[in-house]
Design a protein around this ligand. Sequence first.
Ligand code: TYC
Length: 103
Amino acid sequence: MSGEHLNDGTVVEREAVRVKPPPLFHVVLLNDDYTPMEFVVGVLQRFFGKGREQATAIMLKVHHEGRGVCGVYPRDVAASKVEQVCDYAREHQHPLQCVMEEA
Ligand code: TYC
């Protein structure tokens, strides 16, 4: 790496610093046999900012396919969503499961 010479004789090394963009995480809802569909639609609206139509479409995808992505976020935001959804489901005594996965 070529140095830049200052007039006091010191040499400043310039180094290319490459930082990876921070990883993103999918927040994923899992299907179960007991959580009411209407509750899941409410979760998608309340915690993921979905409109009623999109929330219903995601809920039905999870119901039919077993899982579905609710949103994509940096690690700390994804972890907070998972915790909020799990706490909310437990408060209402539903077994709804929510996990995060690196995108
Ligand atoms: N399978 C549930 C039912 O028939 C509905 C459901 C949808 C549950 C999505 C969880 O993440 C879920 N009541």
